[in-house]
Write a protein that binds this ligand. Structure first.
Ligand code: SAH
Length: 515
């Protein structure tokens, strides 16, 4: 017999993908089908198994609905009847203006099992992320959630504005931007003080959050001047004043900064996570795809005589990763490396190496190939056998310096860098539209591949396209590649690590908010 399907109605939270519940995330990890909305952050879909079917039933206020509610209900029924584990992912909380109840009534009628997982509703999130405590002992003891979507021409309203106007201390209106003038008018008409503070918060808890503040008698003008559009919430009440003291989210040093992070697909994006912690809106683009080499001929041969080596040098994270993959594939492990001493170009590479069970014997104080060569030369390398597992096309400076000092150097290619093409179009259009404040480069090859992706030929063309865009380079070599291409470097940390790079970007913007 076919296993019966089940539908889990899950609140996705207000926008920040970190604000889904642990239970919601666990269900996404098990989902076979995910039916999701416009307001559910797509970043949450990264939790879903790659085999799951994703069905977008987006609804966007004002724009023609992609699916009617009846059609969505039917999709849920159909998928569950196929025996699937269905997650119905909805923005905020499913039961707060989310039609969650209607969907479940349909499932009940169709005799389909369901569960509900609440979510952080956008009202509390918007208030929190705008620095407004939704209740406060000194100001209000009650709060009302109201829909502002109701057709204002409707004769018999479901909303008793007369009672609400003064009946609750704080009012939060969902879907109210279009009807803002009517709502404000009703509140004032029914006795709310026109000087009552009002905040309007758009895309709360996301890097695109924008909020404006006024009073009941000014907020219409404030909103139309600022051009704020849905999705946004209206928060009315004395508590809005507290924003002056409590605002924290929008005060973070990189808030509103759009930073294009060039990286390799395989690399965990510590840089993005770090910049986002300070409020940046990161646009991540891989400029490089990393692939294993077609043939491990060189490395295999050297591994057979690894005990003859005095040094193994790792100059990149991927060098470590692919070296060990091959080592394991050949039935060897860390114990086979006990002969040679091991050096890495920097701390991150050494940390990764330790995850494979091996301590680095040497990390230079300057994290570059030159720095590494210098440290080794200090120790004397004449007649020493040195193995460098690294990218097929890499800089020759390290092997050359070592050879110059009398070492026997073997370069074993373990991976290949190739330009990534997938996101080229979106990246270029973001740049052309002037949507980028800064670009970060963490290696010379990210610079070169980025320029290749742009497809521009002359230095003048590059400068034109990137006019006004700031550039951060992790170290002097990356910086030189940037300046060689005709651009200028605005930010460069003293030490060539990701945490230092993040700190340098924060420093750059903290000094002068006008940048
Ligand atoms: N179930 C959802 C609400 C859906 S109604 C919840 O619990 O939050 C859609 C309305 O929610 C939008 O028109 C807007 O008023 C509000 N909304 C949802 N997400 C929002 C966000 N991130 N920022 C501001 N308003 C949001």
């Amino acid at each position: 017999m076919k296993k019966p399907g089940k539908v889990y109605l899950v609140g996705a939270g207000p926008g920040d993908p970190g604000l889904i519940t642990v239970r919601g995330k666990r269900l996404l990890e098990r989902a076979e089908v995910v039916v999701y909305d416009y307001l559910a952050n797509r970043k949450l879909l990264k939790h879903v198994p790659s085999t799951a079917e994703l069905i977008y039933v987006g609804k966007k206020g004002g724009v023609k609905h992609t699916y009617t509610q009846e059609e969505i209900n039917q999709i849920l029924v159909d998928q569950a009847q196929l025996g699937k584990m269905v997650v119905r992912l909805k923005g905020g909380d499913p039961f707060i203006f989310g039609r969650g109840g209607e969907e479940l009534e349909t499932l009940h009628t169709a005799k389909i099992d369901f569960e509900v997982v609440p979510g952080v509703t956008s009202a509390t999130a918007a208030a929190t992320y705008a620095g407004i405590p939704i209740t406060h002992r000194d100001y209000t003891a009650s709060v009302a959630f109201i829909t502002g979507h109701e057709d204002p021409a409707k004769k018999t309203s479901n909303i008793d504005w007369q009672k609400l106007a003064t009946g609750a201390g704080t009012l939060v209106v969902y879907m109210g931007i279009k009807n803002l003038p009517i709502i404000v008018d009703k509140l004032i008409r029914y006795g709310r003080d026109p000087k009552t503070p009002v905040a309007v918060v758009r895309w709360a808890s996301t890097p695109d959050q924008r909020s404006v503040v006024g009073t009941l008698d000014t907020i219409n003008d404030v909103v139309s001047e600022s051009g704020i559009k849905p999705p946004a919430l209206i928060i009315v009440g004395e508590v809005v004043k507290l924003r002056e003291t409590i605002d924290w989210y929008e005060k973070r040093p990189l808030f509103t900064k759009r930073i294009l992070v060039t990286r390799t697909r395989a690399q965990a994006s510590d840089l993005v996570a770090g910049l986002e912690e300070y409020g940046a809106n990161c646009l991540e683009y891989s400029t490089i795809n990393i692939k294993p080499v077609d043939s491990y001929e060189v490395l295999d041969e050297e591994l057979d005589r690894i005990h003859e080596y005095h040094w193994i040098l790792f100059t990149s994270l991927n060098g470590v990763k692919y070296f060990f993959e091959r080592l394991y594939a050949r039935g060897m492990d860390a114990r086979d490396l006990k002969g040679p001493s091991i050096a890495t170009v920097g701390k991150a590479t050494a940390d990764l190496l330790l995850q494979y069970g091996v301590h680095a014997d040497l990390i230079p104080s300057t994290f570059t190939g030159e720095g590494l060569a210098e440290s080794l030369l200090d120790q004397g390398v004449e007649g020493r056998n040195i193995l460098i597992p690294r990218a097929r096309e890499g800089r020759e400076i390290l092997p050359e310096n070592l050879r110059g000092a009398g070492a026997q150097v073997t370069v074993a290619p373990v991976y290949v860098n190739c330009p990534a093409e997938d996101d080229k179009e979106t990246m270029c259009s973001e740049l052309r539209a002037g949507n980028v404040d800064m670009i970060t480069f963490t290696s010379s090859s990210t610079v070169r591949n980025f320029l290749k992706m742009l497809g521009v030929k002359s230095k003048q063309e590059i400068r034109q396209l990137l006019a006004g865009v700031k550039i951060a380079a992790i170290g002097p070599i990356t910086a030189k590649t940037v300046t060689d291409s005709g651009l200028e470097v605005d930010v460069q940390p003293e030490r060539y690590t990701i945490p230092d790079m993040i700190a340098a970007v924060v420093d750059y913007y903290s000094g002068d908010p006008g940048k």
